[in-house]
Design a binder for this molecule. Structure first.
Ligand SMILES: [Zn+2]
Ligand SMILES: [Zn+2]
Length: 358
C-alpha cells in the first residue's frame, strides 16, 4: 500500500510517499481498516520535527519497496485522526464488524488495570490510541474507535476527537464550564483547535474574543461566533483584551498555540480568578510568568491532553444537531502531505486539513 512515511525527524521534506507492506492481519482486540480520511495537526508537526515523541510514535524498522525490491529502513507513519471502514476484525472484538464506519473515540483506557478499577482511568497504564493514519490501510485498537453516526462524513468524523473533543474537555477541566456572563478568549482561533473552541465558546452565549495573527481569517472568525476578533500580527494582545472587557480581562483563556501566546499576552489577559487552559503547543517555547501575577489574580493554569470517549460523543452530537461544524478547509491527496505540513507550520491553514483517500 501507499503511505506517507517520516524517515527521520526533521523538516516536512522528511515525509516521503513510499510503498510499504500492507498491515495486518489484526491481532487480539484490533481491527484492520481502510483509511478514508486522516487529519493532520500540530501534534504531528512536533513529532515530525523531533520536538516531542508521542506515545507509540517512535521510528521503527519497516519494509519499503525501492526499485522493485523490499528493503528495511527506519520509518514512522504519523496520523492519529483517522477514519474509514472496517475490513477485518481481530480476535476478541465484539462491538465492531466488517463494513462499520469508524473514527477515533479518544485515548481509551483498559478498564481492568489498578487505576481503571479505582476510578482513576485517566491514569490508565494501558491506554489505546489509533496511529498510522497517513496510509491507505491501518490496524488500530478497536477500543480506541467508535462508529460514525449517519450523516457525518469520514473527513468530519476523523477530526472530532482531537479538534472538538479536546476543547470540550479543556473547558470541563477548567473547573467550571464557561457561561453567558463570562469573557472567553480563544488564542490562535483560526487553527484546527481554535476554530472549534470558538464555536463551543459561542454556544455558551458569553463574550467571546478570538485572537489571530492572520488578517484574512478575521471575517471567518466572526462567522464562527467571535464577538470580537483581535488581530495581532506581532502576537501581543493583552491590552486589547483589557480594553474590550473594561479592564477585567478574560475569565477563560483557551490557548491552542502554547508558550509563545502565553508569554505574549495570554497570561496577562487573565481576569481575577481566571482559568487558563492549554490545549496545544506548536513550537518549543516555554511558558514563563511572574508568580505574583498568578496569586494576585488567584488564577488557575491547567491543560488538556485530548478528548475522552464522552467528549467525542458530545462533539458528534453537537455536529449532528448542527450546533457546531467541523471546519475542514483543505482536503488533499496523500502525495500532498509534505507540502501541507509546511503550510500548517506557517499557520497558513484555517481549521483542519485532511488527507482524502476516497
Ligand atoms: Zn487501565
Ligand atoms: Zn490530532
Amino acid at each position: 500500500m501507499k503511505a506517507c512515511v517520516l524517515i527521520e525527524p526533521g523538516p516536512a521534506e522528511n515525509l516521503k510517499i513510499l510503498e510499504v507492506r500492507d498491515p495486518g492481519p489484526p491481532g487480539e482486540g484490533q481491527v484492520l481498516m481502510k483509511v478514508e480520511a486522516s487529519g493532520i495537526d500540530g501534534h504531528d508537526l512536533v513529532v515530525r520535527n523531533g520536538t516531542m515523541r508521542g506515545r507509540g510514535e517512535q521510528l521503527e524498522e519497516m519494509e519499503v519497496k525501492e526499485n522493485g525490491s523490499w528493503i528495511k529502513r527506519p520509518g514512522l507513519i504519523l496520523g492519529h485522526e483517522i477514519a474509514g471502514t472496517v475490513l477485518e476484525v481481530g480476535p476478541g472484538v465484539t462491538d465492531l464488524a466488517v463494513g462499520d464506519r469508524i473514527a477515533p473515540s479518544g485515548e481509551s483506557n483498559c478498564g481492568v488495570c489498578e487505576f481503571c478499577r479505582t476510578g482513576l482511568s485517566v491514569k490508565c497504564t494501558n491506554r489505546a490510541m489509533a496511529h498510522n493514519g497517513y496510509a491507505e490501510m491501518a490496524v488500530v485498537p478497536a477500543r480506541a474507535m467508535m462508529k460514525i453516526p449517519e450523516g457525518i462524513s469520514a473527513a468530519e468524523a476523523c477530526i472530532v476527537r482531537c479538534a472538538i473533543g479536546t476543547c470540550l474537555r479543556g473547558f470541563m477541566l477548567a473547573g467550571e464550564e464557561p457561561k453567558f456572563h463570562h469573557n472567553i478568549l480563544i488564542c490562535g482561533a483560526g487553527g484546527g483547535l481554535g476554530i472549534h473552541a470558538l464555536q463551543i465558546a459561542a454556544l455558551t452565549g458569553g463574550f467571546v474574543m478570538a485572537t489571530t495573527t492572520s488578517e484574512h481569517k478575521i471575517d471567518m472568525l466572526k462567522r464562527y461566533g467571535a464577538s470580537e476578533v483581535i488581530y495581532s500580527p506581532e502576537g501581543k494582545f493583552n491590552e486589547q483584551v483589557m480594553k474590550l472587557t473594561n479592564g477585567s480581562g478574560a475569565d477563560y483563556v483557551m490557548d491552542t498555540v502554547g508558550g509563545t501566546t502565553f508569554n505574549n499576552g495570554g497570561f496577562r489577559s487573565l481576569a481575577y480568578y481566571g482559568r487558563y487552559v492549554f490545549v496545544g503547543q506548536i513550537n518549543d517555547e516555554f511558558a514563563r510568568f511572574a508568580v505574583p501575577y498568578l496569586f494576585w489574580r488567584e488564577a488557575v493554569l491547567t491543560g488538556c491532553n485530548g478528548g475522552m470517549y464522552v467528549d467525542t460523543q458530545r462533539g458528534l452530537e453537537l455536529m449532528a444537531q448542527k450546533r457546531i461544524e467541523a471546519v475542514i478547509s483543505e482536503r488533499f491527496k496523500l502525495e500532498d502531505t509534505p507540502r501541507m505540513h509546511g503550510l500548517l507550520e506557517k499557520r497558513q491553514i484555517t481549521g483542519r486539513a485532511v488527507i482524502d483517500f476516497t
